[in-house]
Design a protein around this ligand. Structure first.
Ligand SMILES: [Zn+2]
Length: 92
């Protein structure tokens, strides 16, 4: 039998967007994105992540040279999305 377990430890029956596997934190716009979009940065080392809620707030993250459409890159984006400090509400 072929080992189809991928690096998330789940059975690799169907590879879905890896954002389905984790809880995303709220965007500063007040909504919780269900998906994240990755945007290539100026170099292959950096990219931006935005939520599908408003698409306005973005966080820069290191791709570690992973291609932008890979699960590994999405994982880094999710980490950064959840770790990034949110702007305080009511502050200009
Ligand atoms: Zn938003």
């Amino acid at each position: 039998m072929i080992d189809t377990t991928d690096f998330y430890g789940r059975t690799n029956e169907k590879t879905k967007t890896s954002t389905n596997l984790v809880q995303l934190l709220d965007c500063p716009c007040g909504k919780t994105p269900t998906e994240l979009n990755l945007i290539e940065g100026s170099t292959c080392k950096w990219a931006y992540v935005t939520g599908n809620c408003c698409g306005e707030w973005n966080v820069e993250f290191r791709t570690e040279y992973n291609k932008i459409d890979t699960d590994e890159c999405m994982k880094l984006a999710i980490d950064e999305w959840n770790r990034a400090p949110r702007p305080l509400k009511g502050e200009n």
